[in-house]
Design a protein around this ligand. Structure first.
Ligand code: FPP
Length: 255
């Protein structure tokens, strides 16, 4: 694991979360504060995505999940929905080679139903090209909703039970987890939300059960490595008990 570079801020990699989720909020407010169109906030948000990916990889974080487009974001004006789709497509087209070079493995979670054919192909290409990479796993939550994900998992279990493949009495939390988009991804240890809002907005609702939450005041386009280190530092001060009485084993080392 790459050691943390600023020993004043983070004492050791022992404190590092294995999986960080980010609710990238405040693009519109960032733009409004500068009398710029909302699109400019989103465009600058993509630059912040690049900084977040690079910093996470450098710091030795294993999984970074970014909330790029929620199931509820379709209710935004059509032009803004188009802009966000365009930015995601552009990001994959322009950055895929660089992500591959950085040894980043790309995963997309969310519903692929009703997405444009070219977008579906692009998402699949990003996953296939980077599938064997061993560095940071970048999980992009796109057309994603936590409740919808849980409902889908319940539906899959119900279908399997109806077919007689599983006993309904055997359904437990672990089995439901295995039917989520994130079946092979560890739960997030830390969830960061920018722009000062303090809610989860349907992000990783099941997986966030024991995540530490850190709310940063800055808007997403201003997010950078020091902001990530600030959040990691706050995470490092938290005592994680997972419902028990004493600190749980460190998620990374099992010690
Ligand atoms: C929240 O800001 C941000 C979004 C809804 C979209 C985030 C998308 C990107 C940063 C670009 C594309 C993503 C990738 C992974 C390339 P907001 O519009 O809700 O801001 P506001 O609350 O200030 O209006």
């Amino acid at each position: 694991m790459t050691p943390v570079t600023d020993p004043r801020k983070i004492q050791s990699s022992f404190d590092l979360p294995r999986h960080v989720g980010i609710i990238m909020d405040g693009n519109g407010r960032w733009a409004a504060a500068r009398s710029l169109p909302r699109f400019e906030g989103h465009r600058r948000g993509v630059e912040a995505v690049r900084r977040a990916v690079r910093a996470s990889g450098d710091l030795g974080i294993s999984y970074l999940t970014l909330y790029a487009f929620s199931s509820e974001n379709w209710s935004r004006p059509p032009q803004e929905v188009d802009d966000l789709m365009g930015l995601l497509k552009r990001f994959i087209r322009l950055d895929l080679a660089d992500l591959h070079k950085q040894n980043v493995r790309v995963r997309i979670i969310g519903s692929r139903d009703n997405l444009a054919t070219d977008l579906k192909a692009l998402l699949q290409e990003a996953e296939e090209i980077t599938g064997n990479n061993t560095g940071l796993t970048l999980v992009i939550a796109f057309n994603y909703g936590g409740r919808q994900e849980i409902a889908e998992a319940a539906k899959k279990l119900a279908v399997r039970a109806a077919r007689g493949e599983i006993d309904p009495q055997s359904i437990d939390a672990a089995m439901l987890s295995d039917h989520l988009y994130t079946a092979d991804i560890p739960d997030p240890d830390l969830i960061i939300r920018t722009s000062g809002e303090q809610r989860l907005s349907n992000f990783l609702m099941w997986q966030a059960a024991y995540a530490e939450l850190v709310f940063l005041p800055l808007h997403w386009p201003d997010f950078d490595r020091p902001a990530l280190e600030d959040a990691l530092l706050q995470y490092g001060t938290r005592e994680r008990r997972f419902g028990g009485l004493t600190s749980a084993p460190n998620a990374m080392t099992g010690s």
